[in-house]
Design a protein around this ligand. Sequence first.
Ligand SMILES: [Zn+2]
Length: 137
Amino acid sequence: MSFADFGIRSFVSQTHVDAFATHLAEGRVMCTRCSDCGKLAFPPRSGCPECGSEIFGWEPIEDAGRLLTHTTVAYGPSGFENEVPYTLAVVEFPAGIRVFGQLAPEVAASGPTIGMALRVEPRALPGNRVSYHFVRA
Ligand SMILES: [Zn+2]
């Protein structure tokens, strides 16, 4: 499993955070934590946006977050034509990170509300690909 296996369409085949896709395949959605200053990052980053350090570790995103905003996509970009309609969301987690991604279809269909509790979990895609989505906490 490599980053080339992440998402419906991957534009990056190699990265310093390649293990992200492996973690998803193993059942965990992970963020990175800078080993020098402790700053969390999602999407995972090998270079700290706070202090510039390139030493980092992985941490699972396990707690429930709160839905900040969402929008439903009716016309999908290239690669996402078969996904529409789908709902994109930003969820803020207690650790202070915000995660952008899709709501699980059952959450989107039930009428998501701002502030609702959501968890992020791995999602299996066709062709042995992996991604993540938000489900009710
Ligand atoms: Zn740092």
